[in-house]
Design a protein around this ligand. Structure first.
Ligand code: G3I
Length: 371
């Protein structure tokens, strides 16, 4: 009897304690402040979305996304390999679902991407004639941009066309269509989607040489009388090494050309890497040191990550008249492509929410800027 009473009182006390502590340890989606609401008057807050999220496979995730974000970019499903798998076949199923998702949850969609050298349909490799490449290029832009006119808010018309030194990447499009292909892509997109915003998007284009190449692209498009509304700086950076001065200089220089500035794929890598950027073709070999935080992020790194995000958002707020959107490349750490690149199977922590959609110290710092 005495033993029973002991068990009862101990478990009741434990239950009471848990009731008191749990709401703080694991906040429900509704009690976590909303990023999109906090920054509503400043700029849009976006995320990329993967198949499971677009499919609404988990209602809690859907609710979380709708509460935190007002803009979204498809992580993969609007890339040409998926949208245009065969010469005369398009597959719009997932892209249509994405548009419906945006409408239902009041989230503006940024189409990603019409022209990119990567994730091209396999049949492209078999094409040797420039005329056929031009036909593919023209039909793809007209068909896709035309179908989603009035349904997406914007397009990354051309993605990652630059080398690090600011010269044009020798993509299949440059080789077969020549230097003017970027302007031509914007011209075609403008014709097919006259009311949709049109952007150029790249990584490392806050770095001086690549930025100069990016500025040339923007000037060339404008000189041809073609519309370009904005430039996307992807923002795949590394903890403790975020190039704040280059980012600020880029915001100023791009905005001076009369285009909107966006941070379109923001994440901050915390794992060892010997290069910056996001060239998916670049890989690293795993070794004993390459996956150090499987059991959790050390506090010092967590605090540095929080400070980096805080300083980034301070900068974005300082230039909120020029910055129109900040999009994270993933909803939470578990979703991030950085768990699989440039080494597969690592445990990375690059975003504001942990694997259970709980706010990290970086989130608290960012939100505190608006309190
Ligand atoms: O869908 C297939 C699946 O059928 C197959 O079993 C599996 C085996 O690897 O691959 C799956 O495709 C993967 C796809 O993501 C969907 O998960 C590809 O291998 C993988 O390469 C692909 O990675 C994407 C990467 O772009 C490819 O270019 C990442 O998710 C995506 O985050 C990343 O996003 C890019 C932006 O579009 C442009 N800027 C850089 C950014 C990061 O690389």
């Amino acid at each position: 009897m005495q033993l029973n009473r002991h068990v009862f009182t101990t478990s009741t006390a434990a239950l009471l304690l848990a009731t008191l502590i749990l709401p703080f340890k694991s906040a429900s989606a509704q009690t976590i402040p909303s990023l999109k609401d906090a920054f509503r008057k400043d700029f849009g807050i976006g995320t990329c979305l993967n198949n499971a999220q677009i499919d609404e496979r988990d209602p809690k995730t859907t609710e979380f996304i709708a509460r935190q974000f007002n803009m979204a970019t498809p992580e993969n499903i609007m890339k040409s390999a998926l949208l245009h798998p065969k010469w005369d076949t398009y597959n719009f199923e997932m892209a249509d679902k994405l548009v419906a998702f945006g409408k239902k949850h009041n989230i503006k969609i940024n189409g990603h991407t019409l022209v990119w050298h990567s994730q091209l349909p396999p049949f492209i490799r078999g094409i040797k004639s420039p005329d056929s490449i031009r036909t593919f290029f023209t039909d793809h832009i007209k068909t896709v941009a035309g179908r989603y006119e009035g349904k997406v808010f914007s397009w990354d018309v051309v993605n990652e066309a630059l080398n690090e030194d600011g010269s044009l990447r020798k993509s299949v499009f440059l080789q077969h269509l020549g230097d003017d292909y970027i302007t031509e892509a914007f011209r075609l997109a403008q014709q097919a989607a006259p009311k949709t915003e049109l952007y150029y998007n790249d990584y490392n284009n806050e770095q001086p040489k690549k930025r100069a190449g990016c500025i040339d692209i923007i000037k060339k498009i404008k000189a041809a009388g073609v519309r370009i509304d904005g430039v996307g700086i992807q923002g795949h950076w590394h903890v403790g090494k975020v190039p704040f001065a280059d980012i600020e200089e880029s915001i100023l220089q791009y905005a001076a050309l009369g285009v909107k500035v966006m941070f379109t794929e923001l994440d901050i890598e915390v794992l060892p890497r010997n290069f910056q950027g996001a060239d998916v073709g670049q890989r690293m070999t795993a070794n004993e040191q390459s996956n150090p935080y499987v059991n959790g992020l050390p506090d010092a790194v967590q605090q540095q990550l929080a400070a980096d995000y805080e300083n980034l958002f301070k900068l974005f707020l300082k230039h909120k008249d020029k910055v129109t959107r900040v999009t994270f490349w993933g909803v939470n750490d578990g979703d991030s492509w950085l768990n699989g690149w440039p080494i597969r199977g690592r445990t990375n922590y690059p975003l504001l929410f942990d694997r259970n959609n709980q706010p990290k110290p970086a989130f608290e710092k960012v939100i505190a800027l608006k309190k």
